[in-house]
Design a protein around this ligand. Structure first.
Ligand SMILES: *[C@@H]1O[C@H](CO)[C@@H](O)[C@H](O)[C@H]1NC(C)=O
Ligand SMILES: *[C@@H]1O[C@H](CO)[C@@H](O)[C@H](O)[C@H]1NC(C)=O
Ligand SMILES: *[C@@H]1O[C@H](CO)[C@@H](O)[C@H](O)[C@H]1NC(C)=O
Length: 429
């Protein structure tokens, strides 16, 4: 009984607590109110959001907490009895009985929603009970779009090919966004950008433009420019067209001299013009069999970002090589080989007389020289005679020298095209 007597005051206290109706507190808190002066707040992602809540009137014991949303799906944002030091949420005024303002650091778009400050009352042996809430603050978090990224085709494309470029950006709010495209500084027309919402409540944007590549685009760039209400200046994403352009070289092989005298050296030059990128491999073939050539330099950047390259090979013009095909084979940027060829021509050894072709050419030379003199208006008998005599003399002289057992003095090589032209003149006459 001693034990009972000792515990009696405690039991009475417990009974008292049990008997205390919540109604008593409710009555006591008739004049209690929570004020949320901010109906709507707009903040930019990353900033600190301040949510204001003050109370007036008296209410029973129990915490004032912050909830995001009400009813099912509400989330406790701040509970003074359950402070988490690592939380982004802190109270603005410590231990106040009337000011329950909080700060939320580094606000993100997923924090968007309506925030309520809520008064709970203590219920003996039970969880705190909801009592009253403020009118709520609707929070909008504006978010800047990420730096736009421009992507192009996987493989290089040639001039005149139309290739798509896509500009993407994301994480922005609200969804109002504007995209402009430029090639160098010229505006381009693009399809309407596609805007989609992500799970984080923000939006993503994708815009595509079709670009027809040009030969001189090695130094061009395209720009995607994004404007959004959160941005003071538009954001830009760029793409260098040199990353996707492939301009195959034009290939031309020349033989010098042509025709060549027997046993002399003929130089074949392969000229690669206007190509991009610079990556190129040249090989030389003589009648399909590889021979050793030499590039005269590395690829040289000539104009508009395009490259040029010369390669050279020397071939001994032995008699049996007459009519041989010398080919310059070009593998540009890992593509299928392309080539051009020239034929090694050996002029006839003139021991024992001139060939027909040779005579035609010689005749043509004389005739064309005469024509030249006439057209120049050198009609003076003296001059004409002098010219004729000079050419006849020269011809005889050469003939005589060619008859000698010694090698003929070097003949100035006439370009193939030139001698063909002269042959045409002679046949016309
Ligand atoms: C918050 O959600 C819980 C669980 O869904 C619910 O029991 C509680 O009544 C809600 N509180 C308020 C104030 O809406
Ligand atoms: C060319 O060279 C070959 C071999 O060296 C020789 O036999 C031939 O006589 C030469 N021909 C002339 C026209 O010099
Ligand atoms: C080389 O070939 C051409 C064409 O077949 C011919 O006209 C010329 O006489 C040849 N030259 C020699 C040295 O055989």
């Amino acid at each position: 009984m001693v034990l009972v007597a000792q515990e009696l005051p405690l039991m009475c206290l417990v009974l008292l607590l049990l008997c205390r109706e919540p109604g008593v507190d409710a009555q006591a808190g008739q004049d209690f109110a929570l004020q949320q002066p901010q109906a709507k707040v707009t903040v930019t992602a990353g900033e600190t959001l301040t949510l204001i809540c003050t109370t007036s009137g008296a209410a029973g014991p129990g915490p004032v907490m912050w909830l995001k949303g009400l009813g099912s799906g509400n989330k406790t944002v701040y509970d003074p009895n359950n402070r988490d030091p690592s939380s982004r949420v802190t109270e603005a005024v410590r231990e106040s009985d009337t000011n329950y303002t909080i700060h939320i650091r580094n606000v993100q778009p997923e924090d968007m929603g309506t925030y309520y400050c809520v008064k709970f009352v203590k219920i003996a042996f039970a969880a705190d009970e909801f009592f009253r809430h403020g009118s709520g603050t609707e929070v909008t978090v504006q978010a800047k779009p990420s730096t736009p990224l421009v992507s192009g085709p996987e493989q290089r494309a040639r001039p005149d090919e139309s290739v798509p470029f896509t500009c993407t950006t994301g994480g922005f709010f609200p969804d109002k966004i504007d995209v402009k495209w430029f090639k160098n500084s010229n505006p381009m027309t693009a399809k309407t950008p596609q805007v989609t919402q992500s799970r984080m409540k923000t939006y993503n944007m994708s815009s595509t433009v079709q670009v027809t590549l040009q030969k001189d685009d090695a130094r061009s760039q395209i720009t995607c420019e994004v404007s959004h209400p959160t941005l003071q200046a538009p954001l830009q994403g760029r793409f260098q067209l040199s990353r996707v352009l492939r301009v195959p070289p034009s290939i031309e092989v020349r033989a010098e001299p042509s025709p060549a005298e027997v046993n002399k050296t003929v130089a074949f030059t392969c000229l690669l013009k206007e190509f991009y990128p610079a990556k190129v491999f040249i090989s030389w073939l003589e009648n399909g069999i590889e021979i050793k050539g030499q590039n005269l330099s590395g690829p040289l950047e000539v104009s508009r970002g395009l490259f040029e390259l010369r390669s050279r090979v020397e071939v001994q013009a032995t008699e049996e090589k007459n009519g041989s095909t010398i080919t310059c084979r070009v593998v540009h940027d890992g593509q299928a080989p392309a080539n051009d060829s020239a034929v090694l021509w050996i002029s006839n050894p003139t021991l024992g007389g001139l060939s027909n072709e040779f005579q035609i050419n010689k005749g043509a030379n004389v005739l064309s020289s005469l024509l030249l003199l006439l057209s120049m208006g050198v009609l003076l008998e003296k001059g004409l005679l002098g010219g004729l005599l000079f050419f006849l003399f020269k011809r005889m002289n050469r003939k005589a020298s060619e008859m000698l057992p010694y090698p003929a003095p070097p003949q100035s090589p006439a370009p193939a095209a030139g001698s063909q032209g002269l042959a045409t003149v002679s046949s016309d006459l």
